[in-house]
Design a protein around this ligand. Structure first.
Ligand code: AMP
Length: 659
């Protein structure tokens, strides 16, 4: 296997404006994907592009950024039309434009697709949109009604062209191609290149730049490769189960963006694992420290971007988890090459969203290695491991020199309570579990059945869930996500949703918010429900019986340099959070479905719950070198609960001894 890193590419070299570069940096994009690096300069130069790329390669930004770079606020007709095969894709692409246009004043994108009432689409078209993203049938309807004009179009994008043809839209695509101006730039992206697509390309594209993702190299046979198709359980929960059950030494987890590495490391920390983030923003000195800590075993999990993991050479990395799928096979080979080093064997796990199956197949083809389907550890597996660890830690404590003191306490407690030894031991087991159940409950035997997780407040939102429909349900038909509705949790207290004035842009992570609220309001982590982090603010579910005094106090608590300013959430989206003016009726300027669901491309949503520590789990003594939280923000062990694991016990004993 080759160990050479893929060549360094930089967004700044592609000819994009400073404001677009600033947006990309804010989104945490560190470097262009191969498709972006090849497509963006070609499109900026005005040429046509024929790209072979599937979902997950970053193709949307590859065409959206050049279109935004040419945006003319004075134009009165749409400058670009993107045809997409499905409404889901049309919505996703429109959202992507919206995200990338965060600093492009006056830009409007309008999704139009079948199944939606004509009224809002007609209103949107009348108001004027700069980019239309539509499904072929509905676009043709509007063209024929005269409600959509494409005679001034600068760019036409056919996204997932093979899929459009497979769905029978060949005539519609043809009609659109006939109606655009001669000078219009054409971009055709397709996962496959059947003859029908080639014929369209030959007929309509001029001197097109052919762009394809590289498929290269073989992987080392010493690396055992598995994949899991994301579904039912959200990715964070899946990773947590793997961390609890899979024996590992150190694990390298790959996420796409800087922001994602920080969020994920924070969430793992909040669940009691010793994790740190490594991304392009981490200064060299800090990076060296983090790598040193990983080598020493102070950190067991590193969440990194591709850029940051370049050249990482740590023998104890036994596992690589591709939490976000890589852009191409070359990046995959490079990622998994971080394990199986120094003659050891390694494990590689790939999370694949259903839409990313094409990339999985490409990786299998390119690496010529089988990648095994894996099933997630079930609650039974997790519980077995937890019991094993519990037995181990009891056995270890039985060896302790302090056991006699324990016996004394036991005898006096027995005398005071009159309880049997067995009952006393049982009570101590319950106390030892702290705020967390020792065993995990699973209502259904299928670890990956959606039903088992969908309605449980302890698994509230899948970050990978798709867009919602207008009725507030996600498109897979799950529960409505009404933030104002009270939720019952574990048959316990009612929850209500509050809004706090601290968000991702301030550097807050779920762990910071949980920690601060838990400490300051005297709540346990279990009493804190779902956390939904947005850029400038967040939502958090708290018990409905929280006292006014506690709330007044929480208002003034500082997290990530901001006062929480907590208030009941009325379900509306706070104004001007994106720094861009929004038109109320503009579908693209509404809360994105992902914002509501914590969806794949948007804000991740999660509960900063503290899971029982497993392999590689530690008490949260530090946020890691890559984390930005201050110590006041971190969850602290509640004074009233017993130490949760060996490290906590040691720390407590150490403190007692030094008293
Ligand atoms: P796409 O293939 O366009 O559907 O993009 C797949 C995912 O990759 C989306 O969530 C994008 O937000 C994300 N993405 C695209 N380009 C980059 C990049 N250069 N760095 C990090 N994430 C990216």
């Amino acid at each position: 296997m080759t160990d050479s890193s893929p060549p360094e590419r930089r967004f700044a070299d592609l000819g994009l404006s400073d404001s677009l570069l600033a947006t990309l940096s804010e989104l945490g994009y560190e470097s262009p994907s191969p498709i972006q690096a090849a497509t963006i300069p070609a499109l900026l130069a005005g040429g046509d592009v024929l790209g072979q790329a599937q979902t997950g390669t970053g193709k949307t930004a590859a065409f959206a950024l050049p279109i935004l770079a040419r945006f003319d606020p004075a134009a009165s007709k749409p400058a670009a039309l993107v045809l997409a095969p499905t409404r889901e894709l049309a919505i996703q692409v429109a959202e992507a434009f919206h995200r990338y246009a965060a600093h492009v004043c006056g830009f409007h994108v309008l999704p139009i697709y079948g199944g939606q009432a004509y009224g809002p689409q007609l209103a949107g078209l009348r108001r004027g949109a700069d980019v239309i993203v539509g499904t072929p049938g509905r676009v043709i309807d509007h063209l024929e009604k005269g409600t959509l004009k494409i005679d001034a179009l600068d760019t036409l994008v056919l996204d997932e062209a093979d899929e459009m043809l497979r769905m029978g839209f060949v005539d519609e695509v043809g009609k659109v191609l006939e109606r655009i101006p001669e000078s219009c730039q054409k971009v055709l992206f397709s996962a496959t290149m059947p003859d029908a697509i080639r014929r369209i390309a030959d007929r309509h594209l001029r001197d097109a730049e052919h762009v394809t993702i590289r498929s290269k190299t073989t992987t080392a046979a010493s690396i055992h490769q598995r994949y899991w198709i994301v579904g039912g359980v959200h990715k964070l929960d899946a990773l947590t189960r793997i961390l609890e059950v899979e024996p590992f030494d150190a694990m390298l987890v790959f996420a796409r963006t800087r922001v994602a590495t920080e969020e994920l490391a924070g969430r793992l920390e909040a669940r009691g694992f010793s994790a740190a983030a490594l991304n392009g923003d981490v200064p060299q000195k800090q990076r060296e420290k983090i790598v040193e800590r990983l080598k020493r075993g102070d950190i067991d999990i590193l969440v990194a971007t591709d850029v940051a993991a370049r050249g990482l050479d740590v023998d104890r990395i036994s596992h690589v988890v591709n939490y976000d799928i890589p852009y191409d096979t070359e990046a995959y080979v490079h990622r998994i090459g971080r394990t199986g080093r120094a003659g050891r064997s390694g494990e590689a796990i790939l999370f694949v969203a259903p839409r990313e199956r094409g990339m999985l197949r490409a990786i299998e083809r390119a690496t010529r290695q089988p990648i095994e389907a894996m099933s997630l550890p079930t609650a039974v597996d997790v519980n077995e491991k937890r019991m094993e660890r519990f037995h181990e830690s009891v056995a270890e404590t039985l060896e302790s020199a302090e056991l006699e003191r324990g016996r004394e306490v036991l005898r006096s407690t027995q005398a005071a309570t009159g309880a049997s030894t067995e009952d006393l031991a049982a009570a101590l087991v319950l106390m030892a579990r702290g705020d967390q159940p020792l065993l995990r409950e699973e209502k259904s035997s299928g670890a990956t059945t959606r039903r088992a997780y969908k309605a449980s407040p302890s698994h509230p939102v899948r970050p990978d869930a798709g867009p919602q429909t207008a009725h507030g349900k996600d498109r897979r038909g799950d529960e409505p996500r009404n933030y104002q509705q009270k939720r019952k949790r574990d048959a316990g207290a009612d929850f209500v949703t509050y809004r706090v004035a601290v968000g991702r842009a301030h550097g807050a992570k779920p762990g910071n918010i949980v920690g601060a609220i838990a400490n300051e309001a005297g709540l346990s982590a279990r009493q804190i429900g779902r956390i939904d982090i947005h850029d400038a603010w967040s939502r958090v579910d708290l018990p409905s019986n929280l006292s006014k005094g506690a709330l007044d106090h929480l208002k003034k608590v500082w997290v990530a340099g901001q006062q929480l300013d907590i208030a009941l959430d009325d379900g509306s989206l706070p104004a001007a959070t994106s720094g861009r003016s929004v038109r109320p009726e503009d579908p693209a300027s509404r809360t994105t479905p992902q914002e509501k669901t914590g969806g794949r491309k948007g804000k991740e949503t999660g509960r900063g719950s503290l899971e029982k520590p497993g392999r590689g789990q530690r008490p949260k003594s530090s946020a890691g070198d890559g984390a930005r939280s201050s110590s006041a923000d971190k969850p602290k062990r509640s004074q009233n609960r017993p130490p949760r694991n060996r490290s906590e016990r040691k720390a407590l004993l150490g403190r007692r001894k030094s008293k």
